[in-house]
Structures are given as structure tokens and as C-alpha cells.
Design a binder for this molecule. Sequence first.
Ligand code: NA7
Length: 536
Amino acid sequence: MTEEIDILIVGAGFAGMYALHRARKLGLKAKVFEAASDVGGTWWWNRYPGARCDIESLQYSYSWDDDLQQDWNWTERFATQPEILRYLNHVADRFDLRRDIIFNTRVQSATYDETARRWIARLDEESPVSTHFLILAVGCLSSAQIPDFPGRDEFGGETYHTGYWPHEGVDFSGKKVGVIGTGSSGIQVIPEIARKAAYLTVFQRTPNFSIPARNQPLDKTFVQGWKSSYPELRRYAREETPSGTIYDWPSCSALDVDPEEREREYRWRWEKGGVNFSHSYNDLSVNERANTTAANFVRDRIQATVKDPETAEDLCPRDYPIFCKRICLDTEYFETFNRHNVDLVNLRKTPLEAIERQGIRTSDGLHELDTIVYATGFDAITGAITAIDIRGRDNRSLSDKWAEGPRAYLGLASEGFPNLFMITGPGSPSVLSNVIVSIEQHVGWIADLLYHMSEQGNDEVEAQRDAEDAWVAHVNEVAGATLLPRAASWYMGTNIPGKPRVFMPYIGVANYRKKCQEVAAAGYTGLTLSKKTASG
Ligand code: NA7
């Protein structure tokens, strides 16, 4: 039997949980389907040692319920994965969300029935579900990737991916461990493994810029200050910042000040720790000369920290501008390479040739290992969407439509796929924002649209082709005015062989929000809202 509901939400992370809450407020029958066995999304899967958010906990949290934000007490400046998961469990209990979440169930496909104006979703084992609206809350970094290294399956020891970490944890004591990948996940997990393993070999293809997090316990007075000002701080983050996050925003160019003053500015931000460093000046992401001053500062810190000069040089990024790949935050990452049980293998000098039964072979020989940890990232932003076989009008597949790169109006809806919404989809600020701010904005905007549709008696909404094309061009134009497309990054899809090279996120939270508000105020321009007639 096919169950009939109003809204099917895929994913029970921050986005899906809030979408469920808002759907209930609209009086709609909503269900969430989640592949994991509990809530949390990204934070359910990524439980490797050292996993921690890189946005401050007082900002990386829901703002939609004041009692919730007043009652919950974050304990650290940057919350650990277990603490974020505890928070999401608390939210699930507090708002009784679990009764409408079906766990351990993956949505395999969704097909639009143009006559009924409904989606039919097929699930792992259960009967199909018919839903009026389909909301993809699948996360931007949830489709973990292990590159197709020759001999990958031949390895005789244990293997793990940071994005699929076992719940019972991993005991590295006495082990020879290899980590492949030095993005945010690698940079967080490497110091932790180094402290436990007998020997750690880090296999690095591209060095990354990383800033010390300088995590610390949160001071009660500081927290109280935030809580008492939450309404204004949240409003400011949403409406007036480029990233939905409050930093010490700069007022001038890095080139407007003399080198001594610039050094002082970089140094105090470096000592303060966190992503604040990225916002030292207002042109670091658009002006190459300005950017180089910050990159040089970080390279100098790496050289000053890492004792072996060759290792230090191997750890220095030299072939792309700083801030053009996601900046990493670390706790003693570079210091880890001063340990006697840690070795860095620069895969640019000695490429990885194969994985063998006993370890990893590079061009300079076999590195014998008991355990390999893949910190090799994700098919970001689109991977978890295209993993579902989504078929819209005329049975057209979304993956086919996106073969040359993702296309979505406002990153929310794609022409040919009516009544389907993406939360933090390609073409929205998503990963270039405090993603909770973006999630709340998307869910709120969709809820307002659904309310508007029911008031007007409409039952179908679809992005218009022209509006979508114009939006995709705009996303590219905004990105093209910055240095960001200059780096090979998962923002561009370059980490996945064969993925189209398209800059996917929209740069600018406040501008994006204004644009969405204008669209809604003008009666949802760029979208066709319609009502089924007797003739269909
Ligand atoms: P990232 O940032 O995509 O990092 C993946 C790392 O794995 C990166 O260093 C890659 O090197 C490396 N990698 C990927 N494929 C290969 C191959 N084939 N050979 C060698 N090395 C490889 O993923 P993370 O999980 O660290 O972080 C993702 C986001 O999650 C992060 O920004 C936070 O927002 C949370 P490359 O740079 O491609 O040369």
C-alpha cells in the first residue's frame, strides 16, 4: 500500500529536523526518512577523534526557539561532535520530532507523477510513499568518497573513512597508521591519532592553510552576554554579514596599511584563533596582492612551528591563494609533525602508486601499515542529491539535467522538478555560510511559500527556466569576481574525477537573503505557481 503524506523530508540533520518542525506548524502531514539510526546528519556520521565545528558554538545553533537557545549551555568555544549530537538529540526530544522520523531507511528514488502532481518515493524496503512536496535536506558534506586507488581492496589491515566512523571508536594504540588526506577532517584527526598510534604516516597531496582554533571552555559571563543579546546578534548575523557569522569585520584593504600594522593585525587574530583571521581585511578574497600578505603570514607561522625545514616546506601551500579552499582550524596540527612517531609523505614528490596488502606503495617504496584512515572528503553539495534517482517531468533525471553542472533557481528549486525543494542546495550560500543560518532561512522561506500556495489554492510550484539560467549566471558572476575559483577545491567539484568544474555555492548570505525576500514580496517571481484544473 502507498502511504500518502504532504511533505517527505530526506535527512534528519539540522535541516530536516527544522523542516519537520515547520511543516507541523503549517498543519501538514510530514515525515522524515533518514538512513542513519538516529538524528544528527553530518554530526551522526562524522565521529572521528577531534571532530569539531569550525564555527563558534554560540553561533552554530538554532535561533528559531528562544527558550531553546536560552536553556542550552554550550561548554566550549568550538563544540565537539559529541556535544553537537547531544544538542540535536535534545532538540529531537524537546520538540517530539522522532515520532515522524523513520530511521534506517534510505530514499532510493523519487518520481514525479505529473497527473497527480505528487512525488512517489521508493525506500529501501518499505512500501513507496506518495507525497505532495519533497524536501531534500541531505546535507552538503554527506556523500563520503574514497578515491579509486589501485589495489584499494587488497589492503590486509583495517580501513576507516572519517565520514563513516564506527560508533564504538577505534583503538590505535600500538598500530602503524596511515592517514590519506589533509583537509579539515585530516587536520583534526591527525593530532589525535598521533597521540595514540605507535607510528603515523600522513599522505599529503595538497597542503592546506590552517589557523589555530584556540578552543577553550566558555566563560559563563561571556555566554550570558551572548544570551542576553541573542535577538539582535542573530538578526545582525542573518541580515548584515556576508557569511551569517559574526566576526570582527574589517573596514579597510590589507594594502591600505603599512607592513608593521598588517603584521600586528594578523598576529592578534592568529593569537585569538578561529576563522576571524580570514576577515582581517576586506579584500583578502578578491585582491591577489592583499591575499598574498595573509598567505605569507601563515606560511611564516608554519615554517616557525615545524622544526624539520623540508617537512615545513612540504606543509606550506604555495600554488593557490589562501581562503580559496575552506580554511581549516586546528589544534596543534603543525606541531604534530615535530613528534618522533609522525612522518609526512609528500605525494606530489613521491606519488601514491597502489595500496597493497601490507600498506601504501609510493614511488619511493612501501609504507607498511596496520590501519589506513581515509580523510579524503566528500562528493560535496550535489553528491547526496544525485545519489537519489530523482525523475521529474517526462521522467527526466536530475543527474542528467546536472551533467554539465548543477542548475537550481536560488539553489532551492530546479526547473522540470516541480514541488521539490533543496535545503542549502547548489547556488545557495550553503557551505560558504554559517550553515545553520542558511538552513533556517531556506526552511522559513519554503514554509512561507507553502503557506502562500495554500492561501491561493495552488498545488504546484516550479522554477522557470529563464530565472534559473539567470540565477546560475549570477552565482558564477559573483564567484568570478573573487579569487575563489582559482583553487582546485570541492567548491568547484575538482576533488571528484569527472565532476563538472562549476563553482557551486553562492557567495553572500545577506545579499542572498535580500534576493529571496524580494522574490517572495513580488509574488514569487521566477517560479510558476499553478492549480490543477479539471482537465489536468
Ligand atoms: P576535503 O577538504 O575534501 O579534504 C580531502 C583531502 O583528501 C584533501 O587533502 C585531498 O587532497 C585528499 N585527497 C582526496 N583525494 C585524494 C587522492 N586521490 N589522493 C590523495 N589525496 C587525496 O575533505 P574533509 O573531509 O577534510 O573536509 C570537508 C569539509 O567537511 C570541511 O571543509 C569541513 O567543512 C567539514 P587534495 O586537496 O584534493 O589534493
